[in-house]
Design a protein around this ligand. Structure first.
Ligand SMILES: C[S@@+](CC[C@H](N)C(=O)[O-])C[C@H]1O[C@@H](n2cnc3c(N)ncnc32)[C@H](O)[C@@H]1O
Length: 242
């Protein structure tokens, strides 16, 4: 991480227009110039990933799918990685997966595979014990379909862990954080420039489709933006056994 690396990322986030006829083209257009600098900047932007991974404890021999896994930064934050029989890092963005492949080679992991696929349709050949989405749902246009697909490929009793930006509804259920009008209005408009769409509906949909194990909410500081915080959540759920 260095200031020049941050500058390259900021340039792409703030000034480079995103082009492309398909979602995959647009992801490539957004990320290819910043893929090598991605991890250092996102370590300070995407809060709660380490805490989410530390809170999970898959059993020996588990199959783990990281949907929208990008550079595979989550793998470094998973202390139990070696217990997994198989790990799939699934992403539509080739430049980020290329960084992930470099990481896999550097670490000598033999249980990790990268898959270029759409999270809304990816289906491995075996049932999945653990599925994670870190800051990917907000970038998946049909995130409803991604959650439906996550549920379809998880085995009964399997675990889903999600961490992402969001905004609250105007009126929230008891125990949940209500964000101000300014936060609810400004954050989605601002983030949408980079095709990131914090939604008030993620948590409603997740809690409807999975048994809640834990839910935490927080406010993340944004690098180089001193006065603003972006709300994020960490959700761990279980697919009910039939
Ligand atoms: C903000 S990045 C997060 C990456 C990684 N999970 C992390 O925590 O660093 C969002 C990721 O979602 C991926 N993505 C967006 N839409 C996708 C889709 N439909 N299918 C698979 N991956 C997708 C992007 O390519 C990108 O890697």
């Amino acid at each position: 991480m260095s200031f020049s690396s941050d500058l390259r990322v900021l340039w792409h986030m703030l000034f480079t227009p995103i082009k492309g006829a398909t979602h995959a083209d647009r992801l490539k257009s957004f990320y290819e110039g910043q893929a090598a600098d991605y991890d250092g900047f996102r370590e300070r932007l995407l809060k709660g990933r380490r805490e989410l991974l530390a809170s999970l404890s898959p059993a020996e021999g588990s199959v783990w799918v990281d949907l929208g896994g990008g550079t595979g930064a989550n793998l470094d934050a998973a202390p139990w990685l070696s217990k997994c029989r198989k790990v799939y890092v699934v992403d539509l963005c080739e430049p980020l997966l290329e960084e992930c492949r470099r990481r896999i080679t550097a670490r000598g992991w033999t249980n990790v595979e990268t898959v270029v696929a759409d999270a809304t349709t990816f289906k491995p050949a075996e049932p999945v014990d653990l599925l994670t989405c870190s800051y990917s749902l907000t970038m998946i246009p049909d995130w409803f379909a991604a959650i439906d697909q996550a549920r379809a490929i998880l085995r009964d009793g399997g675990t889903i862990g999600v961490v992402d930006f969001h905004v609250s509804r105007k009126y929230v259920p008891e125990g949940r954080t209500r964000h101000s009008w300014l936060t609810r209005s400004l954050i989605p408009i601002w983030f949408s420039t980079d095709n990131v769409h914090p939604s008030p509906d993620h948590l409603a949909y997740l809690t409807r489709h999975f048994e809640r194990v834990s839910l935490d909410e927080g406010m993340a500081k944004l690098p180089y933006v001193p006065f603003l915080r972006a709300p994020y959540y960490r959700f761990v759920g279980r697919k009910a056994t039939r």
